[in-house]
Design a protein around this ligand. Structure first.
Ligand SMILES: [Zn+2]
Ligand SMILES: [Zn+2]
Length: 519
């Protein structure tokens, strides 16, 4: 009989880790679905300057429950654990072999622990998700070595910083195994490339929704995938429940923003942003997730409509380009009103030596109108000198923005808030916060800090957002349309809402619990 185990993420938003087994036989196909970082567990034991010791390999992660106690980790980490913590190593259960890990989308709560997995386990993702993962990995500067997905530093690190690699395979259609088949179904979410999975095994079918919604720019994609999945008549459904609320009402965290507007459509966000920016006479800053390319499109449209130039970071432009090359319809990078904003780094004087990575040099050269592929990689460093001096119309520094504040819509967020020291927002400047509001204490503290920055610089602020996840009524509608005989809530703090609605169809699983898939 097939079965799956909820390794992690049963009653938290994210940290999702699922193990599917086509049967209990030792040589059955065994597949992982997502292997994310559990922010709730991370926050329960760690904080900014109290982090898991990467030098200790798996030890801190296994001990605190950030990683499940199964024997499917990288060979270097396993050897280190056996040498230094043989007792802990013996506690790891043997899951037999793992044939593959399927990724639903590139959010960290679904991918953030993959770098620990056995490097021989192939990773499967849609071509767009694979592109986003590669772009983010290539452009992240300061995160630790265990935060990557494909690239990792071998342990013990004896100073040589030797790297290992996971490979991601682009998944375009069904993937056939001897005793099961996995098919991706694209869905809309606040990141490009997201998908649900249909898993067909001997005697049954299981759907795992991943994270999804109907109300984004690509909502029609979710619509047709749910239709396709319903036609397959799944027996069991693992469904997300991010937006389920308790009947008690949620404890509202204080907000840092003067005005707050929540919508259930991207059009609502666009219309409200348009109205707010029309009323702003100074600089406008928009703060949203760098991987949310649909929100980026919203702000590009708003910039056009208000006669402002949209300024984005080179990193954001690079993610757009890679997602676009993988087939995702997003903003036009050749739009002359789309410009790059260059931050001061390294020397603090916009020196060519500050641009160290080739992806950044290539991106700058493209916006300067030259073809980086025609410049020898060794010469690109010198080539960027001419584009950092403020003479390129599509590459701006703080000085250019300061001189023409009402001409810009600057896509910068909390993690770049120090830029305000250089930007000196004039009267009538506006900060638009356009991602999820604080839902835990640490996020509340960040928003309090942001509020202080906005007070310091005299900026007005507004929160305008549409959730990346479906509301309760849409989630219930998915269950009704898929009409399974078993429902397993996941990725939610309120799984009981499904049980209240669907009664005995629903099984609430705890982390580590296995569910047999009856045929
Ligand atoms: Zn998630
Ligand atoms: Zn997500």
């Amino acid at each position: 009989m097939a079965q799956f185990t909820m390794l992690d993420g049963a009653t938290t938003i994210g940290g999702t880790k699922l193990l599917f087994e086509a049967s209990t036989s030792p040589d059955a196909t065994r597949l992982l679905f997502d292997f994310g970082l559990n922010y709730a567990t991370m926050g329960a034991y760690f904080e900014e300057f109290l982090t898991p010791r990467t030098s200790a390999g798996l030890t801190d992660y296994l001990t605190t429950g950030l990683l499940p106690k199964l024997r499917f980790y990288r060979s270097d980490l396993t050897a280190l654990l056996q040498e230094m913590q043989p007792e802990l190593a013996r506690q790891l259960a043997d899951p037999h072999h793992i044939n593959a890990c399927f990724i639903t989308h590139a959010h960290v709560d679904h991918t953030g622990s993959i770098s620990f997995l056995d490097e021989t386990i192939p990773l499967y993702a849609t071509p767009v998700t694979a592109a986003v993962l590669r772009a983010v990995e290539e452009t992240q500067f300061s995160s630790g070595p265990e935060n990557g997905v494909t690239d990792f530093i071998l342990r013990p690190n004896l100073g040589a910083n030797k790297h290992g690699q996971h490979s991601i395979v682009d998944l375009a259609g069904p993937m056939q195994f001897p005793d099961c088949q996995v098919t991706p179904f694209p869905v809309d979410h606040s990141i490009p490339g997201a998908c649900a999975y249909l898993i067909e095994y001997d005697g049954g079918k299981l759907v795992y929704t991943g994270d999804l919604r109907f109300h984004g720019r690509m909502g029609h994609v979710t619509e047709s995938s749910i239709e396709g999945l319903a036609a397959a008549h799944p027996d069991a459904v693992l469904i997300e429940g991010t937006n389920l609320r308790s009947n008690e009402g949620s404890s509202d965290h204080d907000t840092a923003f003067r005005r707050r507007f929540a919508f259930w459509s991207e059009q609502g966000v666009e219309a409200k942003a348009l109205e707010e920016i029309h009323g702003a006479s100074g600089l406008v800053m928009a703060d949203f997730g760098m991987k949310d390319l649909d929100r980026l499109m919203t702000f590009q449209r708003v910039a056009h409509a208000t006669g402002r130039r949209l300024a984005i970071l080179p990193r954001d432009a690079y993610i757009v380009r890679l997602a676009q090359e993988a087939g995702y319809p997003t903003i036009d990078l050749a739009d002359p009103e789309l410009v790059l904003y260059v931050k001061r780094a390294g020397s603090g004087t916009y020196d060519k030596g500050d641009i160290k990575q080739d992806w950044a040099r290539s991106t700058l050269l493209r916006f300067a109108g030259s073809d980086p592929d025609s410049v020898d990689p060794k010469d690109r460093r010198d080539a960027v000198v001419d584009v950092l001096n403020g003479s390129c119309p599509r590459i701006v520094r703080a000085a250019e923005v300061v001189a023409h504040q009402s001409d810009y819509l600057l896509s910068l967020g909390y993690w770049d808030v120090q830029e305000l020291c250089d930007l000196h927002p004039s009267r009538g400047s506006l900060y638009i916060h356009s991602s999820a509001e604080a839902f835990n204490e640490e996020m509340s503290w960040s928003q309090e800090r942001l509020a202080r920055w906005l007070d310091l610089t005299g900026m007005d602020s507004v929160h305008i957002h549409a959730s990346g996840h479906a509301p309760q009524e849409d989630l219930f509608r998915i269950v009704e349309r898929l009409a399974p005989t078993h429902v397993y809530p996941i990725h939610t703090e309120h799984p009981e809402r499904y049980a209240e609605q669907f009664g005995s169809l629903v099984t609430l699983l705890a982390n580590g619990q296995m569910a047999p898939l009856h045929s």
